[in-house]
Design a protein around this ligand. Structure first.
Ligand code: TXA
Ligand code: MG
Length: 323
């Protein structure tokens, strides 16, 4: 997957305060030493990311959690035993040494322990935590291959580790465990139904309380391809196609549909497989200069919730049957 030599170069780079492209199981990260303020500032500058959008600290194992988090509630232990390493980020009370530039001056810090073998090799040898937002300019599609990262940052990054296509394909589930009741802040492929059996009380869902901390993914538009993305209910498609020059459109669906002169791409019917391919497919279609990418709205069930969330944020137009 990656040579020992490249892994060593990456760790040397982190130690020297430079940024690297790092594969994780969710999406590729733009990684820098979480204890080095200059390195963290470079992440914000390179992504053009507003300073009040805090970063996730990535660690090698659960033992390192207490290096970053303070006052962890008891219910966190079974969660970590079950889901770490893996695509679950925990928002915790912070230790006082955690840099303000990492947390956006909040009293909490987001922490994740990725299970990707390349990320694990880097984190196990690097003596500390690594900040890694998705390796894309702010507001654009997250990368799920090393090539996507190189396409975004060919001039700025010397080291992009190649871990192959990401297994999960969309960003981690973010769970706020800084209060008495856990709350999902960002849906991911680990859902409330996955988490709840390991919690003393069911977690709150996004927006179930008004005091949600800032999560950049909660901006209305985010994760967008450059080509306009139109999210359309299946029943609306025939009508929609009569109003557009269909030969410049591509329709993304999970079943074969009559798309007239438009191009068509079929994605898997299983949500985890759909998520795994979604961003890669959007990256490819974005390069083809369609006037719009038309995505047929997937089912409204829990397994699709995170995919819905990302599609809604990526879309410029959303047409549903009942709204
Ligand atoms: O899967 C992932 O989580 C990927 C990979 C690379 O690990 N990373 C990722 O990072 O998606 P990023 O920066 O694109 O998204 C991190 C999210 C942001 O929406 C940010 O606002 C939120 O985490 N976040 C970070 N610290 C937080 C905090 N203390 N409280 C609430 N939200 C926080
Ligand atoms: Mg991101």
């Amino acid at each position: 997957m990656e040579t020992d030599q490249n892994i060593k170069k990456a760790i040397d780079g982190l130690n020297a305060g430079t940024l690297i492209g790092l594969p994780t199981e969710t999406v590729y990260g733009l990684a820098g030493d979480a204890s080095n303020p200059e390195a963290v500032k470079k992440i914000f500058a390179l992504k053009n990311r507003p300073a009040d959008h805090p970063l996730i600290v990535h660690i090698a194992n659960a033992h390192q959690l207490k290096d970053w988090a303070a006052e962890l509630p008891d219910y966190v232990t079974p969660l970590i035993e079950k889901f770490w390493p893996g695509p679950l980020t925990l928002v915790c009370q912070r230790q006082s040494h955690v840099l303000d530039v990492v947390t956006g001056r909040q009293n909490t810090v987001a922490i994740r322990c990725p299970d990707h073998p390349v990320a694990q090799r880097v984190l196990q040898s690097f003596n500390g935590g690594v900040c890694a937002p998705s390796a894309n300019p702010f507001g654009q599609l997250s990368p799920t291959t090393a090539e996507h990262v190189r396409d975004y940052f060919s001039h700025e990054l010397d080291i992009v580790l190649d871990g192959g296509p990401c297994r999960v394909g969309i960003e981690s589930t973010i769970l706020d465990v800084s209060g008495t009741q856990p709350q999902i802040l960002r849906p991911g492929m680990l859902t409330a139904s996955d988490l709840n059996p390991h919690l003393p009380q069911p977690c709150l869902l996004p927006n179930q309380q008004n005091n949600t901390p800032r999560v950049s993914g909660q901006l209305d538009q985010h994760y967008s391809p450059r080509t306009p993305l139109h999210l359309i209910a299946r029943e609306q498609l025939p009508d929609y196609l009569t109003k557009q020059p269909a030969d410049q459109l591509v329709v993304l669906s999970t079943e074969s549909l009559d798309v007239g002169n438009a191009a068509s791409v079929i994605l898997p019917k299983v949500p985890s497989d759909y998520a795994q391919q979604l961003y890669n497919q959007l990256h490819q279609l974005d390069a083809k200069h369609f006037t719009a990418i038309v995505v047929i709205t997937p089912p409204e069930t829990e397994g699709w919730a995170a995919i819905h969330d990302r599609l809604k944020r990526a879309s410029t137009v959303s047409i549903h049957t009942n709204s």
